[in-house]
Design a binder for this molecule. Structure first.
Ligand SMILES: Nc1nc2c(ncn2[C@@H]2O[C@H](COP(=O)(O)OP(=O)(O)O)[C@@H](O)[C@H]2O)c(=O)[nH]1
Ligand SMILES: [Mg+2]
Length: 241
């Protein structure tokens, strides 16, 4: 499965992490492909990636003009993946919050699912390490509320460590995705759920980033609330998909 898999990693100022992340992924999975989507990071993340391309033929990069948001970065990555032959598409962060050795667990889970979510809150057990309490409360309560309001069973609705079957991405109308920021994760999950495709949660530990800084902001949270209400309404009137 690994040789048919692509890992998409959006980066913004990850020069301190991107080198070791790429080396780790190819060390664990020599047959995998990796696509970095960089938004013209001022710290020159893209240069680090381009230097490594002579070592790793399966390393790819899309360079965008500026910081256009996480959601649009993933969309660009999904379109690229669908234009090639990849069958399993993984998305993950560059800051080692997601453990590269879990990638194989997500891909394996796709044998029996359309979408596999690396879950911090499955089985009622909290699996975050050294996350600030404020972030944990925000994330956990958002997941709980969204579950109430949508009827979804998924316990971790906002995590960014996931794997899609190619067919899942093909069925979702990617042109209709409205989220620009972090709420993108929920929007994708909600669409998969609404089309009665199968979602499984794979328990993971989420680590606090060691190097570089988080790009979370209050603007991102406001977008999340607005988009959630919009999507829930669309579902109600039957025009979500
Ligand atoms: N291309 C791109 N990547 C982004 C953007 N915002 C965040 N990222 C990347 O998305 C991943 C998650 O972001 P991070 O700052 O770690 O968020 P946090 O873990 O929620 O605090 C990291 O790899 C970031 O570099 C963006 O606007 N564009
Ligand atoms: Mg992070």
């Amino acid at each position: 499965m690994i040789n048919h898999s692509l890992v998409i990693i959006p980066t913004y100022n990850e020069a301190l992490n991107v080198h070791s992340m790429i080396e780790r992924l190819f060390h664990l999975y020599p047959e995998i492909s990796v696509l970095i989507i960089d938004d013209n990071s001022p710290d020159k993340t893209a240069n680090v990636v381009e230097d490594l391309q002579s070592t790793y033929s399966r390393l790819h990069i899309i360079k965008r003009a500026g910081k256009l948001g996480l959601g649009t970065a993933y969309l660009e990555g999904f379109h690229w993946a669908l234009s090639k032959q990849y069958r399993f598409i993984v998305q993950m962060d560059c800051d080692f919050s997601h453990d590269p050795s879990d990638v194989i667990r997500l891909i394996k889970a796709l044998e029996n699912a359309d979408l596999a979510i690396g879950s911090r809150y499955s089985e009622n057990e909290r699996r975050t390490k050294d996350w600030p309490l404020r972030r944990l409360i925000l994330s956990y309560s958002a997941s709980t509320m969204f579950r109430w309001f949508t009827g979804m069973k998924t316990r971790d609705i906002s995590g960014g460590f996931k794997a899609f079957r190619r067919e899942t991405l093909e069925r979702i109308n990617l042109k209709n995705i409205v989220s620009k920021g972090y709420i993108f994760q929920f929007e994708m999950n909600y669409k998969v759920h609404s089309m009665n495709m199968k979602i499984v949660e794979v328990p993971i530990i989420f680590y606090q980033r060691m190097l570089g800084v988080s790009k979370m902001s209050s603007g991102i949270m406001i977008e999340a609330i607005k988009i959630f209400i919009y999507l829930r309404f669309k579902k109600l009137i039957g025009t979500l998909n």
